[in-house]
Design a protein around this ligand. Structure first.
Ligand SMILES: [Zn+2]
Length: 111
């Protein structure tokens, strides 16, 4: 996977890293549709393509073949402890990808 550098305010990075620990300790309260979406978060299509896998295949970057939306998911159901270990390892960028899933999920559910 190709990477890029993004400048973010240190305060924001500190906020993310500190709330990351809160989210990891409550990972069992995160809806499965945010962690393991089986359908496109925007159009509900199941016609998905895996573009990349990272973290030993545990995280997939998907592209919806219907609307083109790209999003992340955990590739297979894993235990709470494995999820916590995975989320401790991921960086700010991948964490932001899952935060985006959560926002899209909230918007979708509020319709
Ligand atoms: Zn879609």
């Amino acid at each position: 996977m190709e990477y890029t550098h993004v400048r973010i305010p240190k305060l924001i990075k500190d906020m993310i890293m500190s709330e990351k620990l809160f989210i990891i300790s409550n990972i069992d309260k995160v809806p499965e549709e945010i962690l393991y979406p089986s359908k496109c978060l925007k159009c509900n299509s199941t016609n998905l393509e895996v573009l990349y896998t990272i973290h030993d295949g545990l995280i997939e970057v998907l592209k919806c073949k219907n609307c083109g939306y790209k999003f992340l998911r955990v590739s297979r159901k894993i235990s709470k402890e494995e999820l916590q270990s995975l989320f401790l390892k991921i960086g700010v960028g991948i964490f932001a990808g899952f935060a985006l899933n959560a926002l899209i999920y909230i918007i979708r559910e509020s319709k």
